[in-house]
Design a protein around this ligand. Structure first.
Ligand code: URP
Ligand code: ZN
Ligand code: ZN
Length: 469
């Protein structure tokens, strides 16, 4: 007897498309066959496309922030929103503060997630203080315990590492088989440009993009590639925004270097013109790297089509607009350099890419699944339990109505942020039912899951053997 049978499922994975019934027991897929009978519950998937649940491998939830700044989403509102957008696994960051032990950051982050997450979750680490103790003891131990990826910053004063520290951290990753995610923007160039802009009174949100031009991202991307080459370890460049960084990554991949890359919706659907919106509304689009122009959007689409990118994540970094702990810091309209960086996007990630990518013919459905579910699960050591539709895998399944037209409105989203950067955008294709380990967690734009039902996932060492597709 199955707990659930999903009948007549038109299934697409990263490599295959076929129709069958899906038999589910104890949260796992146990049978893929036609004509299944005998279940406590049956769902007819006729008229839907059935895809693996999304894996959002770059999002920030309830991350401790500097004094006076607070993220709008905790693990409940964030995972609720993710579920309603077709995502069934999130990987946010247990972020070390300077002076803090990495272990303490992980323990604290478990407490923040416990009893709240409505879908499954794993943690990346953020290494912000690469002391000898962290590098020799804490980091290797945590990797062995299932925290197999960590992020390193080349910018932000409170997070950045020097090149020497990055080399040492990469060396740990090589020895332990971890994957390092790199935020590639050059700190000193940004500081110099910011000081000049500030001295000239150019402090509006639009100058955020001027302070972080493509060259700054290109230089850091090339430097990160060089450091990875010296240590002989794969890296993944996160939130790549446009042509110049892509050219560096493409070049490195052509040299046979194991350089993976991620991009995000903001680099396909927003431009720096949004930062110009009047009455400080441009602050809603302040994220790093900043959105660029239409030509760069096209370069990102081309990179997705050509499989230069392996993963597509939201980089959901949720700050309210009307909030003294958010974009209007301390109740002011602060200079661009003090506006908390980041935009929300957990719920809109998959519909935006499905609509603009699959329905508009830029990528096929298999690329969509690879970018949004299978590849992140592989790169972060969750595959095959997550990221595909296979016997023995978790029954994380999404039933898509591929012709469902939706006008994105913040009031209909399930995060706790008071705006969406995609307000008024029309998409075609929406995840109408999301199952997390065989349990329905969202249906017809409503959250029907449960706080605390999500489980923590310990990650395996990823298999990093070159291009994924
Ligand atoms: O602006 C962004 N991307 N904020 C989130 C933190 C990060 O660097 O990913
Ligand atoms: Zn970043
Ligand atoms: Zn981020």
């Amino acid at each position: 007897m199955f707990d659930l049978i999903i009948k007549n499922a038109d299934i697409a994975t990263a490599s295959e498309r076929y129709t069958c019934d899906i038999g589910i027991q104890d949260g796992r897929i146990t049978t893929l066959a036609q004509g299944l009978e005998g279940a406590r519950e049956t769902v007819d998937a006729s008229g839907y496309l059935v895809l693996p649940g999304g894996v959002d491998a770059h999002c920030h939830l309830d991350q401790p922030m500097p004094e006076g700044v607070r993220m709008a989403d905790d693990f409940l509102s964030g995972t609720r929103s993710a579920a309603c957008g077709g995502t069934t696994t999130v990987i946010p960051f247990a972020a070390q503060e300077k002076g803090q032990s990495l272990r303490a950051a992980v323990d604290d982050y478990h407490q923040r997630a416990h009893g709240k997450a409505a879908i499954d979750y794993a943690f990346h680490l953020i290494v912000a203080d690469a002391t000898p103790h962290v590098l020799e003891h804490e980091l290797p131990e945590l990797v062995r315990e299932g925290y197999t990826s960590f992020k390193i910053y080349m910018t932000y004063d409170d997070l950045k590492l020097s090149d020497l520290e990055i080399l040492k951290a990469l060396d740990v990753a090589r020895r332990e088989g971890a994957l390092v995610m790199i935020h590639a923007e050059s700190a000193d160039c940004i500081t110099w440009l910011t000081e000049k802009l500030s001295a000239a009174g150019q402090t509006d949100p639009r100058y955020h993009a001027v302070s972080r031009p493509s060259a700054v991202e290109r230089e850091a991307t090339h430097r990160a590639i060089t450091l990875s080459e010296l240590v002989d370890v794969p890296i993944l460049i996160v939130h790549v925004s446009g042509r110049e960084a892509i050219a560096q990554i493409h070049w490195a991949q052509g040299q046979g270097l194991k350089i993976y890359a991620e991009t995000c919706p903001q680099y396909l659907f927003l431009t720096q013109d949004h930062l110009d919106e009047p009455h400080f509304h441009g602050a809603k689009f302040v994220c790093s790297p900043p959105p660029r122009d239409k030509d760069n959007q096209q370069a990102v689409w081309n990179g997705l089509e050509k499989n230069i990118f392996s993963i597509f994540s939201s980089d959901h970094a949720p700050f309210n607009f009307e909030d003294p702990c958010g974009k209007k810091l301390a109740g002011q309209e602060p200079d661009f350099q003090y506006i908390p960086n980041g935009i929300p996007g957990l719920e809109t990630r998959l519909p935006l890419l499905f609509s603009g990518g699959v329905n508009e013919g830029r990528i096929n459905v298999h690329q969509f699944v690879a970018l949004t579910a299978t590849n992140p699960a592989k790169l972060y050591g969750l595959y095959p339990r997550k990221g595909s539709i296979v016997i023995g895998g978790d029954a994380d399944l999404v039933l898509w109505k591929t012709d469902q037209r939706v006008t994105i409105r913040n009031e209909a989203l399930h995060h706790a942020v008071d705006y969406t950067p995609y307000e008024g955008t029309i998409v075609q294709g929406w995840p109408m039912m999301t199952f997390s380990r065989g349990k329905l967690v969202s249906k017809d734009f409503r959250f029907v899951g449960e706080a605390g039902a999500g489980q923590f996932m310990s990650c395996q060492n990823p298999t990093l053997d070159g291009r994924l597709r």
